[in-house]
Ligand binder design. Structure first.
Ligand code: GCO
Length: 445
């Protein structure tokens, strides 16, 4: 009997992204991405690491597909590297790059695993950054729609869904307001302009794919958290409300309500998106979606007087992120009350932990506890009426954790980067049992 209650056709998956696992950064015609460039900037990535080799998934994808089949997942969320498909971000497409994703998708289908494709997981063709400052330029939104149409034409009849973007907040805020991620800008107005062009590109791509007759469900993936004040003092509650507006509503409101949240617009002031918003943009951005992907990791804990560490309720992950499963139930029920939502997939949830491979085994009990707590929280949200369609564990493999490099391990499968040997961790075996129990429970219901 499964202790988690989800609908019978619930999707059980694992997730990865192109730059974090593929490697083969200069192979078969792949163009440079802004992350290839960013990794070469001294000090930006721990130990100066990069995705040059990563998990060598480009060459080892059949083995990784077999691992997924062994896990018993019925879906796999992956991203397509735009520069592998269209090296310059415009013009010619790279047939070898496209062929890789056709082999990947066909390999999934052959194993009965549904392919959930993401068009953009941060690896913008460097040529677009060099020529027109990437997402700062409105034209890049139109380049993205052209790229989307190509993927729709080639894979649209084989993939189970297409998400336009993964976590536009990371691209806009971490990549352009803080400089922590590629391309490394630290300029609030650039971040607001980038966010608007990402949202516009999302809407343009959805409209173009629909116009081309692509049948795959279309959506977007947003990283979200509920926000709490460090205390009940009005100034802390106001700080939490503002952070929620900047992090969650900044993307949800344009897509589902046709406007930016006023609270956050006030905070941006002259650095807001007003200069780049054009007549009709919100009609494009608000094109109805078939699903919403939500990546959940933790809550926002806000204080009016700077950083405040949350109380230690369930502990902290190796990223020093608070483990807060209750936040997933709270977030989903709040969103469900405030927006007209399509079905929701949890497209990422997982934790980094200090995994040790010993005698061919990784006893990642902390990760099992993390998944157990969050699946219970998700099940509670489903019982409260949230239309929860599926769950993707982040991640299948240990992989390149962006500015943290390879030190932070999120995988259910341990990767020895010296040998590229994969080892299923205890959490992988646990996840397999959970999936089997759910299938059994549903069959007997
Ligand atoms: C994200 C990205 C992933 C990360 C994962 C852990 O959500 O930031 O989608 O690429 O690796 O979330 O940080």
């Amino acid at each position: 009997m499964s202790k988690f209650r989800f609908k019978e056709d619930f999707v059980w998956g694992v997730a990865t992204s192109s730059y974090q696992i593929e490697g083969a950064a200069h192979e078969d015609g792949r163009g440079e991405s802004i992350w290839d460039t960013f990794c070469r900037v001294p000090g930006k990535v721990v130990k100066g690491e990069s995705g040059d080799v990563a998990c060598d998934h480009y060459h080892r994808f059949e083995e990784d597909l077999d691992l997924m089949a062994e896990l018993g997942v019925n879906a796999y969320r992956f991203s397509i590297a735009w520069p592998r498909v269209q090296p310059d971000g415009r013009g010619a497409f790279n047939e070898k790059g496209i062929a890789f994703y056709e082999r990947l998708v066909d390999g999934l289908l052959k194993r009965g695993i549904q392919p959930f494709a993401t068009l953009y997981h941060w690896d913008l063709p460097q040529a677009l950054q060099a020529e027109q400052n990437g997402w700062e330029s409105r034209d890049t939104a139109y380049r993205f729609a052209d790229y989307a149409r190509k993927i729709g034409a080639v894979l649209g009849d084989r993939v189970a869904s297409i998400a336009t973007h993964n976590e536009p907040w990371c691209t806009a805020w971490l990549g352009n307001a803080t400089g922590y991620f590629a391309p490394g800008n630290a300029d609030l107005k650039k971040a607001a302009h980038v966010a608007h062009h990402l949202l516009l590109s999302h809407g343009l791509a959805v409209q173009a794919l629909r116009a081309d007759g692509v049948k795959a469900p279309l959506g977007i993936v947003l990283n979200q958290s509920p926000a709490h004040g460090a205390t009940d003092a009005p100034e802390d509650l106001a700080a939490a409300s503002l952070e929620y507006a900047k992090f969650v509503r900044w993307y949800m409101d344009p897509i589902f309500k046709g406007e930016y949240p006023d609270e956050a617009l006030q905070w941006y002031g002259a650095n807001g998106p007003q200069e780049v918003i054009r007549e009709g943009d919100f009609d494009i951005i608000g094109t109805p979606l078939d699903f919403l992907g939500i990546n959940y990791y933790t809550r926002i804990f806000a204080s009016a007087c700077g950083e405040k560490r949350p109380p230690d309720v369930h502990g902290f992950t190796d990223m020093d992120w608070e483990i807060y499963p209750e936040g997933l139930t709270e977030l989903l029920t709040k969103l469900n009350a405030e927006y007209e939502l399509p079905p929701i997939f949890i497209t990422e949830n997982g934790c980094a932990s200090k995994d040790v491979l010993e005698n061919g085994r990784v006893q990642d009990t902390e990760r099992i506890r993390f998944y157990d707590l969050h699946l219970a929280a998700l099940s509670e949200a489903a019982q409260k009426g949230v239309d929860v369609a599926g769950y993707f564990a982040w991640s299948l493999l240990d992989n390149f954790e962006w500015a943290s490099g390879y030190d932070k391990r999120f995988g259910m499968v341990y990767v020895d980067y010296e040998t590229q040997r994969r080892t299923l961790k205890d959490s992988a075996h646990w996840y397999s049992e959970v999936i089997a129990e759910h299938a059994g429970a549903e069959a007997s219901r």
